[in-house]
Design a protein around this ligand. Structure first.
Ligand SMILES: [Zn+2]
Length: 456
């Protein structure tokens, strides 16, 4: 075990945190063209860091959009595995600025938390890996495994150009497994292994009746009301037990094993009725709410609009009604196929007297899952347990990280999701922060992990 690397990280904590401050001070907001220069600066920061610690082939790879940073270190030899480390240096906009208690791009520590845009998502977590590489290179002169680094600048805007590069230069980026720290733990002191993510797909549907809003007294009774028709149509999608009624929706769903149901049961549960203000939670028939959110597909109406929205009454039959729908998918389900099934269902059940228009959501992703018994996952759990002094818990998440699914489908390598964020981090919101205790324990975990995986 590299005591030296661990000691280095402890002794150089202040220097490292200062360096992280520099990284966080660069407003690398990817969606805003006025920050183009800052994007370049953040990419340079990563490239310089890799150069300083002795990585090879370090390159700021230009794309049609923002550049990504590549670097590798192959000194561990052919007998050691190669890990691809993926992360992103771009951040979400900081607005609304007046809701921040300190400047988003002037990092500040309060109550053991480092406040800045990107502190948790994802600059802080990227930095932990770079610091661990530094600790090894400075003390041992080598890393336990071969590493390829890919830090992109477009994650917050859909990673549009990343996939082209990864497709074109497959050999360059291919590794034995990938490691990503862009997620969080279920609780601030509960080390967490994330071994599954949901996919998603969606569509928008509009029902059109009369060519304009009509007087409800003159026409009510003869003309189908699109808002009412929409209600019927939406109600046909799911029954009162949260079971989706679209034919074929569950056909390809990978059933939960007893072992997984046990793992899910052991996840320390958040009481949703407390944190959300609802009186009662629901779940799919025959499944618990935790199973439903983590590992069963869902269908939700995300937006619904029709008719008069102002104060008071306006006695009309609205001309149109629109709804936005998305589904979160689980392993086995194919997004395009689910979209087709939804379309077929809606076309079959659309009431008479209105016409149906469907806009298919272009963005979609398949779900991702790695076997929780995979040795790479077991080793990650061991490392977390050692560093945090608490048994790691295994979770699947209802959210999606499209890049994970992409790497899985196109590179066919296992992906280890080692996230150190906490539920209090306020990602994408004002006052984003990162728990410094996790900065320390996270780096410790990564040191253990690199050693654990060093033998193939
Ligand atoms: Zn992120």
């Amino acid at each position: 075990m590299s005591e030296k690397a661990l000691t280095y990280l402890k002794e150089n904590r202040d220097v490292l945190l200062k360096k992280l401050d520099q990284f966080l001070s660069i407003p690398s907001v990817s969606t805003d063209p006025s920050h183009k220069k800052d994007i370049g600066k953040a990419a340079e920061f990563v490239a310089n860091y890799l150069n300083q610690i002795g990585f090879q082939q370090v390159e700021v790879v230009e794309t049609k959009g923002h550049p990504l940073v590549y670097g590798e270190w192959n000194g561990a030899g052919d007998d050691a595995p190669t890990a691809l480390f993926y992360g992103h240096y771009d951040v979400q906009p900081a607005d609304p600025l007046d809701l921040w208690d300190s400047e988003p791009f002037k990092p500040e520590v309060r109550d053991g938390r480092l406040y800045a845009r990107g502190a948790s998502d994802d600059k802080g977590q990227v930095f932990m890996h770079l610091a661990v590489f530094e600790a090894y290179m400075k003390t041992e002169g080598k890393l336990p495994v071969n590493i390829k680094v890919c830090i992109e600048g477009e994650e917050e805007i859909g990673s549009e150009n990343l996939y082209d590069i990864l497709k074109d230069k497959k050999e360059k980026f291919q590794a034995d497994f990938a490691i990503i720290s862009d997620s969080g733990m279920v609780d601030s002191d509960q080390p967490t292994i994330l071994y599954g993510l949901k996919g998603f797909t969606g569509l928008e549907l509009t029902l059109t009746g009369p060519s304009s809003d009509l007087h409800s007294g003159i026409y009510g009774g003869a003309i189908r009301n699109p808002a009412m028709a929409m209600s019927h149509l939406l109600a046909s999608l799911k029954n009162e037990n949260e079971v989706v009624q679209v034919e074929g929706f569950y056909d390809d769903v990978e059933e939960l094993t007893n072992e997984e149901r046990q793992l899910i049961k052991e996840v320390p549960g958040e009481d949703f009725s407390k944190s959300t203000g609802v009186k009662e939670t629901v779940s799919e028939q025959d499944y618990t709410a935790k199973e439903h959110t983590m590992a069963r597909p869902t269908l939700e109406v995300n937006g619904l609009f029709s008719g008069y929205q102002g104060e008071g009454t306006k006695t009309i039959i609205p001309s149109t009604a629109t709804a936005k729908l998305t589904c979160r998918l689980v392993p086995g389900q194919v997004p395009n196929k689910i979209q087709d099934l939804l379309v077929a269902h809606l076309e079959k059940y659309v009431p008479k007297g209105v016409t149906l228009d469907i806009k298919r959501e272009a963005l979609s992703a398949k779900a991702y899952k790695v076997d929780p018994n995979h040795p790479l996952i077991a080793k990650a759990a061991n490392s977390l347990t050692t560093a945090f002094g608490k048994e790691a818990t295994y979770v699947r998440m209802g959210g999606s990280i499209p890049v994970v699914e992409w790497i899985d489908s196109n590179y066919n390598m296992p992906i280890v999701l080692l996230g150190f964020g906490t539920p209090e981090d306020r990602l994408h919101s004002p006052n984003e922060s990162f728990l410094l205790a996790n900065f320390d324990k996270g780096m410790e975990t990564l040191v253990y992990y690199l050693e654990e995986v060093s033998s193939k």
